[in-house]
Design a protein around this ligand. Sequence first.
Ligand SMILES: Cc1cc2nc3c(=O)[nH]c(=O)nc-3n(C[C@H](O)[C@H](O)[C@H](O)COP(=O)(O)OP(=O)(O)OC[C@H]3O[C@@H](n4cnc5c(N)ncnc54)[C@H](O)[C@@H]3O)c2cc1C
Length: 461
Amino acid sequence: MVRVLIIGGGISGLALAHRIGQYLAGAKVTILEKENRPGGTIATVSEGGFLFEKGPNGFLDNNPATLNLSRELGLEAELIHATTYAAKNRFLFLNGKLQLLPGSLLGFLGTGILSWKAKLSLLMERFCPPLLEDRDETVAEFAKRRVGQEVADRLVGPFVSGIFAGDPDRLSMKASFPRITAMEKEHGSVFKGFAVQRHDHSRNGKTGPKLWSYRAGMEQLIASLVERTGKENVRKFHASSLKFDSATQCWKVSSSNGEEVEGDICVLACPAHAQAELLKPLDLELGTLVGTIPYTRLAVVVMAFRSGDVPISLKGFGFLVPSIERRRILGAQWCSSIYPGRAPAGMVLLRAMIGGVQQAELLNLDDQTLANLVYQELRETMSVQSPAVFTKVIRWEKAIPQYLIGHCSLVEKIEEKAASHAGLFLTGNAYKGIALNSCIENAEPLAVRISRWWSRERLPQ
Ligand SMILES: Cc1cc2nc3c(=O)[nH]c(=O)nc-3n(C[C@H](O)[C@H](O)[C@H](O)COP(=O)(O)OP(=O)(O)OC[C@H]3O[C@@H](n4cnc5c(N)ncnc54)[C@H](O)[C@@H]3O)c2cc1C
């Protein structure tokens, strides 16, 4: 029986355990998780009649990985999708007011979000020649090249901070948004790529991408995966050292309190900074490379108000703020508008994001000061009239990995180095996609790779 140790019980580790169960018959998988609860950044809170997420608020179905996994796990009846108006109405806080983002390219022509020059550059994107060489551009360079500075500042910047809480001038386009760079390569234009995708979807009877969650929140997915893996196989264990014992040909993982577990295969599915600490004594170069992947600091400030204290219509998803507006929140999601049942009657629940790469120092403020600041921002952006009746400040000191210029070649180098350690594998959101869909999608080829490695290398010929 092959023993597989997975360090890290976030979605990457749990999805991998599930796939190993399918691809490596008879494997004994143990997940080592340092916290009392598995799930990592996926964490749902139910308190005072409110239901909110500390981390991801949902997943899109433009990549079907999470939706398919949910169905496989028998969670179909628990799935909920965002309300029609949340799917349709997304706002931008620009020029001192909330402005509805049009749902189509042509829709931009009739808005005040862009100047005529910028509207023209959006229309002309189709004729902008694609980049032929495989240059690693920043997101800002890519956007400026294809749609000009104004669109980059007003639309692309907030989109990037909404996903990565990152800096478009530093993030690698091909590592952070590989589907969009692929569209440019394949169709010569991003908008043409989206048009082809829409056409294919409508031919197959599909509508535009939907945002999904579960009735009881995102943690339902975690609970279901833990059940599949077997609760007894998900252990509270803070991995503090890792070594390969050449006498027994096993991996040995020790915890901070002196416990030790052994496995034939060891997968690191914890964040890059934790992987780096485990790897450095084993392979300084590999650990150092992994440790160069930076993370951003982010706080999620959840606030509930009486409906009557928010005078604007909340029929929408929420809003993003371009950095040119110089505000102190990155945006806010209108949680009780996105999914039903997230707040008691007569209340609205919001979630503002604060910090990120460009304002990381805001996380030095204490909780009360952060909450006051967010309240002030919501007063100025949404005209909120009275202080919140419920507030929670959630801090993520290492929230989201940043795929900087050179990320793709860094990952290649890391993979090459890791392959020199028999039975050692690395995964997690630090490498090939931060979305839940990517973490789940990456689990399958990794399980196949692990299973092939085991049958090729370790079984008697
Ligand atoms: C605020 C926020 C909002 C987000 N919103 C969305 C969204 O709406 N949609 C979306 O698709 N994605 C979203 N994401 C991204 C997504 O949540 C993450 O990329 C994904 O959950 C990462 O999963 P993971 O398993 O790779 O890592 P993690 O979730 O970080 O899990 C790693 C696990 O390893 C454990 N660990 C660490 N060190 C050790 C150790 N030494 N020993 C044992 N265990 C250890 C940790 O405790 C943790 O449980 C969001 C992220 C954040 C922070």
